[in-house]
Design a protein. Structure first.
Length: 254
């Protein structure tokens, strides 16, 4: 991988409810949140546009909304397997979810066509500006994603975003899956960063909730008017775009 801003080494890291419509509350005043020295950024949905897979569902004769069901089922099953101590490749979990939702009319070739779209997901327009801001401030960023390291790194390479990252951490290489706090501790260990001085940025409230339970600074991006569920811990930082989240993290007291 090429060298990004700030001379970052971009080799990827490996290791063998319902919305209430409420305004996000502020963290407790007694909680001292500091400017992070490193950042983990969630990939699918935060850096890359998973919605682009809807086109592939149409191409195999499926309804677009099945994407949402498949992703929810895969997240549920992946988390359940991890809780039982079962190591599983996320691609296999996602393939099983596709077949479960698609039923007998979804062929293996059709499922493969949908899954291949994970390698060509376009970036969100605000992803690069946010990573550039972190790199220019000399705050190294790692990508954290479900899946295999090579697959995630390849998808980020295709968008050019990987050049702004210090590396990638993939859940297939960990012994836990987010949002379990252990997953964030293991991800930080793989990247050789301290959870106490690391922030996690995501558009998924429950992932940010898990990161904060693990002792990380949590930054939640609520795009397109999305709202914070009532059941999660209020994030340390809330923003409507990735650059705004990066700016708010960088503005925290040192």
């Amino acid at each position: 991988m090429s060298i990004g801003l700030g001379g970052t080494d971009t080799r990827h890291v490996r290791r063998g409810g319902r919305s209430t419509g409420r305004t996000p509350a502020s963290p407790p005043e007694t909680e001292r949140v500091r400017r992070p020295r490193a950042v983990l950024v969630e990939v699918h949905g935060t850096l890359l546009r998973v919605e682009a897979l809807r086109r592939r569902f149409r191409e195999v004769g499926r309804a677009e909304h099945e994407l949402d069901i498949v992703l929810a089922r895969a997240a549920r099953d992946g988390t359940a397997l991890a809780l039982t101590g079962t190591r599983s490749a996320f691609a296999d979990v996602l393939r099983d979810a596709l077949h479960a939702v698609g039923g007998p009319t979804l062929s293996d070739d059709a499922a493969a066509h949908v899954l291949a779209g994970l390698h060509t997901l376009p970036p969100h327009p605000d992803a690069e500006p946010a990573l550039v801001a972190l790199a220019r401030s000399r705050v190294p960023a790692w990508a954290l994603a479900h899946g295999a390291g090579e697959s995630v790194a390849g998808a980020l390479d295709a968008t050019g975003l990987r050049s702004f990252l210090r590396g990638t951490v993939a859940t297939d290489d960990l012994a836990a899956v987010p949002p379990h706090p252990d997953a964030f501790h293991l991800a930080c260990a793989a990247a050789r960063i301290d959870p106490a001085t690391t922030a996690f940025v995501s558009t998924q409230p429950f992932l940010v909730h898990g990161a904060q339970k693990a002792g990380l600074v949590g930054a939640l991006v609520l795009r397109e008017g999305e709202q914070l569920p009532s059941t999660v811990t209020p994030p340390h930082v809330t923003a409507t775009t990735l650059p705004d989240a990066a700016a708010r993290l960088l503005a925290l007291p040192a």
